[in-house]
Design a binder for this molecule. Structure first.
Ligand SMILES: Cc1cc2nc3c(=O)[nH]c(=O)nc-3n(C[C@H](O)[C@H](O)[C@H](O)COP(=O)(O)OP(=O)(O)OC[C@H]3O[C@@H](n4cnc5c(N)ncnc54)[C@H](O)[C@@H]3O)c2cc1C
Length: 222
C-alpha cells in the first residue's frame, strides 16, 4: 500500500510500515480495537472486539447502540490496534519508551447484510477469541442475529508503526552515567481456567481452550 496523506507516519518515519503483511500481522495478534468517530461534532473513541477476515476488519454490536448506528450511517472512522511488548528504560528520562506495534486504519464501515456473511462473521468473532470455539458452542439464533449489527471496514488506508530494541542512549554521553538501562519485556499468557459457577459437574475443559492454554502458557521466569 502506498501511504496516502492521512496514513503517513510523521514522527520517526523510519518506524512506519505500509505493507499488508505488516498490517495483517498486528491485526491478527490483537484483541481489542479502538474505533474513533465524530458524533454531533464531538470525538469518541470506543474499545471493541474485532476480527480480520481477508481484506476487511469486522466489528459487531447491538443494533441499539449509538456506536453502531453512527458507524453504520457511513461516518468517517479510524480504527487502531496496539500491542505493547515491553518497557524501554534509558539513562535519561527523555529517552524512556516502550516496545510496541500499532496499526491504524481509516475509512467508512459498511453493514454486512447477507445471511451467510453474517453467520461467517459470527464464526470469525468467536474463533478470534479462541480458535476452534465456534464448533463447540450453540450458534446464534434468529433473535440474536437480529439484535446484532455487523460492520466491516476495508483495509485500504492503513499504517503500522513499530518500535523495538534497546534505549536510544547507548551511544550517547548518558551511557557514562551509573544508571541501569535496558528492556523489560512483557510476558502474556493465560492462567488456570475458572469454571463458571453454574457449570454442571463432569463437563470437561473444551478442546479449544485446552489448545489455547498449550499455545499461550505463560513463560516461566528465567
Ligand atoms: C475490551 C472491550 C471489548 C468490547 N467489545 C465490544 C464489541 O465487540 N461490541 C460492542 O458493541 N461493544 C463492545 N464493548 C463495549 C463498548 O466499548 C461500548 O461500551 C458499547 O459499544 C456501548 O456503546 P454505546 O453506543 O451504547 O455507547 P455510547 O452511547 O457511545 O456511550 C455513551 C458514553 O458512555 C461512555 N462509554 C461507552 N463505552 C465506554 C467504555 N467502553 N468505557 C468507558 N466509557 C464508555 C462514554 O462516556 C460514552 O460517551 C467492548 C468494551 C471493551 C472494554
Amino acid at each position: 500500500m502506498t501511504p496516502a496523506r492521512a496514513t503517513r507516519v510523521r514522527r520517526v518515519p523510519a518506524r512506519g510500515r505500509y505493507d499488508r503483511a505488516a498490517v495483517d500481522a498486528v491485526l491478527d495478534s490483537g484483541l481489542v480495537a479502538h474505533v474513533a468517530f465524530a458524533d454531533g461534532g464531538l470525538p469518541y473513541c470506543i474499545p471493541m472486539l474485532y476480527a480480520r477476515v481477508e481484506d476487511r476488519v469486522l466489528v459487531h454490536g447491538s443494533s441499539a447502540s449509538r456506536l453502531m448506528r453512527t458507524l453504520a450511517s457511513g461516518a468517517d472512522a479510524c480504527l487502531t490496534v496496539t500491542l505493547v511488548h515491553g518497557l524501554v528504560l534509558a539513562r535519561s528520562a527523555f529517552e524512556h519508551s516502550a516496545s510496541y506495534e500499532s496499526v491504524m486504519l481509516f475509512g467508512r464501515f459498511a453493514t454486512v447484510d447477507a445471511e451467510a456473511a453474517r453467520e461467517q462473521a459470527f464464526r470469525s468473532f468467536t474463533d478470534a477469541l479462541v480458535p476452534g470455539r465456534w464448533e463447540e458452542v450453540r450458534k446464534p439464533d434468529r433473535k440474536e442475529l437480529k439484535a446484532t449489527v455487523i460492520l466491516s471496514l476495508e483495509i485500504a488506508e492503513a499504517s503500522v508503526k513499530l518500535r523495538s530494541g534497546p534505549p536510544d542512549d547507548d551511544g550517547s554521553d548518558d551511557a557514562l552515567l551509573d544508571v541501569w538501562a535496558g528492556e523489560i519485556p512483557f510476558m502474556t499468557g493465560y492462567a488456570a481456567p475458572v469454571p463458571s459457577p453454574g457449570l454442571r459437574e463432569g463437563i470437561p475443559l473444551a478442546p479449544s481452550v485446552d489448545a489455547l492454554l498449550q499455545d499461550r502458557r505463560p513463560v516461566a521466569d528465567p
